[in-house]
Design a protein around this ligand. Sequence first.
Ligand SMILES: [Zn+2]
Length: 452
Amino acid sequence: MQVPGLTRDERRELQRETIALLARLLQADTTNPPGNETRAALVLQEYFAGHGLDAQLVGDLPDRQNLIVRLSGARRGPRLGLLGHLDVVPAEADEWTLPPFCGAVRDGYVWGRGATDMKNQVAAQAVAVTRLARAGAPFAGELLFMATADEERGDYCGARWLVRQRPDLVRCDYLLNEGGGTYSVVDGTRLYPLTVGEKAFADFRITVRGPGGHGSVPQHDRNPVERLGRVISAIADHEAAVFVAPFTARYIDRLVADRRLGERLKDPAQARAAIRELHATDPESACEIEPLLGITFSPTILHGGGAAVNVIPSHASVDIDCRILPGYTGDDVRREVDAALAGIDGWEFAWTDLTDANESPVPTPLSAAVERVMDVLVPGAEVIPLHLCGFTDSRWFREAFPDIVAYGFCPFVAEDTATMGGREHARDERIAVEDVPFQTRFFELLVGELLA
Ligand SMILES: [Zn+2]
């Protein structure tokens, strides 16, 4: 694989340097819980010191430090933050082909928990920073490298802590983080999602109650377990109002080959029926599009009974994973739930987790810079703004610094989403060797393009 602007030897050297750092980061077990991110932060600190850059460790707990490096450019300009989390989710070693913290290079891949989520991006951003430093920091403004703790499980001592306790250290005008950059090929064109916003949690619990009693005497309408079954069916069958953001419409146009079906997906009145059809013919695209159409409900946890099989319980409840797009609030969710359960009485509603959806504007100088760099690296590729269905640490930065432009993007070139998607949080997490220097080159060029 060629990397534009680099000779073969330069590309090989870039690959060697980034993979060496990535392997050491992967070998630092930062499974969260408990985290121990300081292990990986020290690897980075040593790496930066070897290139004459001071890296500062900050945090609330000694074992869970965040690392920050600043690199000032040659003249005044905006500040770009490169953000990545150092913690990883647990790995069941006996399910893996290679040990999860080996950091080995084998069969064309670098293996290890965190290889795609997201020590790859941390390594790529770190090497981009030292390369720019070696070149004399030929850019305007300031570069801020941040490797943080506690993204996967909590949000106690990582990005949220930093923006609230040390805004002086981490304030920036632009931010690049995880969340986008895997590509799909549609009609021969590579589509790269740039995530510009993310959905929020609006999780809630529905509880139904009854008198309880002996299981030998059916209670039908008063048995909380039977009534909860009706509640779950009603919520699962409910068709929440559809909202199609302009860039969601563009994504549908690019992703759905059947034009007529695409038009119906973009029509709020027909979208729910259309998405069911798409699930039957192209489930992968349907799963990508459905969460972008508005509020989603997934019943996930049941509580109730359990005392004995012959005891009708006095209450039962279900927890619903509910996500809302930017622009929606808890009131919108309550309206949909009331509509879904209109025919059922005697249920109680309680929020279990309600956060704010958030987004950054687009287009901006940052999205334009991403497009220009991708045009150089992958001619003909299309960068498409999208909302992310999950969440990232970008939301803490958007909350703390309302004017910030924060996006998720770390492009892949060797493997597409269908091939490598889903490896994060799964067994045998690994990244194609070719993607590692490519990602480093992307961040290096992006700095030059944005901070010109
Ligand atoms: Zn992640």
